[in-house]
Design a binder for this molecule. Sequence first.
Ligand code: FAD
Length: 468
Amino acid sequence: GSADIECDMMVLGAGPGGYSAAFRAADLGMNTVLVERYSTLGGVCLNVGCIPSKALLHVAAVIDETAAMASHGVNFAKPEIDIDKLRAYKEKVIGTMTGGLAGMAKARKVNVVQGVGQFVGANHIEVTAADGSKKTVKFKQAIIAAGSSVVNLPFVPQDPRIVDSTGALELRQVPKRMLVIGGGIIGLEMATVYSTLGARIDVVEMMDGLMQGADRDMVKVWQKFNEKRFDNIMLKTKTVGVEALKEGIKVTFEAAEAGAKAPEPQLYDLVLVAVGRSPNGKKIAADKAGVTVTDRGFIPVDSQMRTNVPHIFAIGDLVGQPMLAHKAVHEAHVAAEAAAGEKSHFDASVIPSVAYTDPEVAWVGITEDEAKAKGIKLEKGHFPWAASGRAVANGRSEGFTKLLFDAETHRIVGGGIVGTHAGDMIGEIALAIEMGADAVDIGKTIHPHPTLGESIGMAAEVYKGVCT
Ligand code: FAD
């Protein structure tokens, strides 16, 4: 059919998956169109996710660290928070990053087409701009990177005092009492920011622990360090009612287990709903292109990120868990390279996870709890930060580093770090797993002293004393 624009490669969505795919496709010589509904590139991660949350978490960490100096004999005045300026700082960080992406797109001659894309055929997509005008893009191949959206609870009314992660990042106010519904990473990161800015926080979680997916020994350290932040952590508790009253948001709870007692209803000034994200697969008319979408909105793909339609690929949050930016970027490169005829396929052994809370909690590969549940025999190298000179010097020795080894081969299969900067260090463990390193390889690698990263070498050395 006729088209306003023709291209080799059309990428739908400009999040970490989409922009990475478009840039790689262009670098590989494809004439590339990138379709994005919003005026900035970067998707959830840069605009309302990873980056703004880290800008605020950085400020929170500095405030907390400054307060901690009192016990080292240095007293600062109580921080005065200019919330408008803080918000402007966060916006500036976003602008720097999204502006950088726009420059990179231009340098590669990626044609960014702004508007909502809906497939109209296996080689055509229609893009509707904000003013209602439409353009049709004809493509030889496509990569779908339309991402995910927040999950809303059906019984929650519309009210400015009830927000999702996007609303929480807007930082309109610092409430006196705040409820975070959902004790996952996103909820706890925002709880960290708001509590440091002065809010009293409750967390309600249906499961029997916070930060599902992380080993309980790490979460325990985190929880103990954070006791002061929270008035009440309600586990195994369902939120069943949210009512917007003049005097506050009234929330009612129910015990998740039959017979258990539910907490009393509470009034809050701000309620953050952070109960997960769902894929956007059903919002792009994928059926018009013949692309299969599951009931839940995910798009199934093979190891080359190919959908059931061979010239259409899909990547990122839209293809499944874990919904993480670095996974989306890796998949983007696989898809673009496969589209260019290269043999690339997704064969990452592990994908690291990080909660950028205080302390940070990071893990990669198999976890101890998962191994126990599956009856897999592992051995552990555990290094408490109380024995790390650097952690003690920093006044932050609550953490630990642990490495998990296959009991027979002594190869590393997983690892976890809880402590400051854990997220910056977990990549070394991921590399060790990918390289098939064993305890001796890691223990005999000279790490700089005194660093927190040294704890990874130490954890390998203490493992069965293999290095001594
Ligand atoms: P997205 O980033 O969701 O991008 C999809 C893009 O497609 C969007 O820009 C959207 O506007 C566009 N789009 C969708 N449909 C259409 C359409 N029909 N037409 C045109 N455009 C369309 N991950 C981490 O790894 N580390 C973190 O620290 C982290 N922190 C987070 C904090 C928060 C508060 C949130 C919400 C998420 C966080 N994440 C983090 C998750 C991360 O943001 C996502 O995994 C990542 O953005 C997924 O990238 P993506 O390219 O698949 O999709």
